[in-house]
Write a protein that binds this ligand. Sequence first.
Ligand SMILES: [Fe+2]
Length: 304
Amino acid sequence: MAKVTHLRYVGISVPAFEQEVGFYSGIWGLQLVEKDKDIAFLAAEGSPEHYILRVRAGPDKRLDVVGFGAADRTAVDWLAEELAEAGVKLVAEPARLQTPGGGYGFRFFDCDGRVVEVSSDVEPGPYREIQPEEGIPVKLSHVVLNSPDVERTKAFYEQMLGFRLSDWLLDIMCFLRCNPEHHCLAIIRGPYPSLNHVSFEMRGLDEFMRGAGRLMRRGYRLIWGPGRHGAGNNTFAYFLDPNANVCEYTTELERIYDEENYQPRIWSMIPEEVDRWGTANTDPMLYNYMSNSPDRGLWTPPPV
Ligand SMILES: [Fe+2]
């Protein structure tokens, strides 16, 4: 069984801080929870998660931290002990978290040097049911990481955090789950470790299209989409944020309830499987956008 319950948040550091916060709290549709001059925490209105995105001002573009939830303090303590025994380098021992919503957690480096946080007891934030026609994110859906060694990174998350394989796309991308959602984490082969994209779940198809259309009307270029993927069967509409990180609206992600009988599949790259509807416009620079720039924060804990 997975040792984490869900993806809580993604933390990034960017040079153009104000623009980034303005984009996500504005047209993208997140809610600003807390902000000072160099860090901001943003929530999705449909999710009890205290925040799902953290943006920090920094000279270098980097992934600061990927945060997963754990069941309780005991689960956090056990996991920290297990990881330390397995030789994983801890960044911080379990302790009360100093970030909004508090909670109890610890941080460690994954095999590529990314910082991962596992926490419990973070105070839920206010949330509400997103209504029909509201094209704003309900919650965080998934994070996709570029890694030069997909097999090794996959094995790390399987062995250390108990993730399970949901599907492969050829042998270049694997989709991992820690709960019935088909994936909250995916690893894709890239030239170097970096952030591939962060995906936000919309209420349904109508709300997904309304969100994508809102950006397009304001001149934001859809770099891939709208379409429906094979693996995960979720819809996709990808954009670039002001610091050239790729962000996605999605909906209708497959749920896997029959753990015993589920068999991972291998999807091919044919258009019928990558873009099942056949509607997705693809920017010729898509691969470069998704490769992102090399992460400048590997093996270096962020200051917060
Ligand atoms: Fe995605």
